[in-house]
Design a protein around this ligand. Structure first.
Ligand code: ARG
Length: 252
């Protein structure tokens, strides 16, 4: 009798182990981000915080799920969602036609602007200076971001300059500080944070391009897209999203 009982226990344990390690846990939503993008996502006291982390948590709560946030390189976000490694991506991610071929996007929840950071005494004074014939600037960007894509197409491919790609936006800013690049093209909100932390740098007041941020979800998961989009729509309508954004980006 004892033997049978322990056999049953061992079997039960084995089954539960397989269940945990194997199939996805239905109660957990996995959000992937790249926490190098303040104030949308950044590390604070060993935790991922910011606008996207809070909106993601509010969405998970509405769907009655536990949120797990994974911090990965920006260029592995889309591949990870495509292979269903993560349920969704929130990373200040811009909706583009190219990305729309790879993933589905929710409605947009915020706007971003690609801006140019330079040293205070830079010869670059406007966006047009980057496109000028014979300009030949070294432009720092975060790898695989829209800043990278646009500068590669508009400037590098046209022979008007070169693009230096960094894993983190902050590293591109460090390269600007040490004179390894002539400017950095990056989203306006992280730009403000980086410039505030680095005396001697400024943001040009001409804009490169305006973009929309949205949540990326696998093309294999249309039901999840509908659920997330509905929850996000409700959080926009009741002012939750606006409050979260204003908590991190106080209105000027
Ligand atoms: N908006 C830009 C893009 O979609 C940059 C986003 C970078 N986000 C991040 N968490 N590092 O490409």
């Amino acid at each position: 009798m004892k033997k049978v009982l322990s056999l049953v226990l061992v079997l039960a344990l084995a089954i539960s182990l397989v269940a945990c390690g194997g199939a996805k846990n239905d109660n957990v939503l996995t959000m992937a981000t790249n926490a190098e993008f303040p104030p949308y996502e950044f590390m604070e006291g060993g935790k991922i915080v910011g606008i996207d982390a809070e909106i993601g948590a509010a969405i998970a709560e509405k769907l009655g799920k536990e949120l797990v946030i994974e911090n990965v390189d920006f260029d592995s976000l889309i591949p990870g969602v495509q292979t269903n490694k993560y349920d969704f991506v929130m990373a200040g991610m811009t909706v583009t036609d190219e990305r729309k071929e790879q993933v589905n996007f929710s409605q947009t929840y915020a706007t971003g602007v690609q801006v140019i950071i330079v040293k205070e005494d830079s010869k670059i004074t406007s966006v047009d200076d980057l496109f000028a014939e014979g300009a030949n600037n070294k432009i720092g960007v975060q790898l695989a971001t829209t800043g990278d894509l646009y500068c590669t197409w508009d400037i590098e491919d046209e022979g008007l300059g070169s693009v230096e790609r960094f894993n983190k936006g902050a590293d591109a800013v460090m390269a600007l500080n040490s004179g390894k690049v002539d400017c950095v093209v990056i989203d306006n909100e992280p730009a403000k944070v980086f410039v505030a932390n680095n005396p001697g740098l400024k943001i040009l007041d001409t804009e490169y391009i305006t973009e929309d941020y949205a949540i990326a979800i696998s093309k294999d998961a249309p039901e999840l897209l509908a659920e997330i989009d509905k929850a996000l729509g409700e959080l926009i309508a009741d002012g939750t999203v606006k409050n979260i954004i204003e908590k991190y980006i106080p209105a000027e």
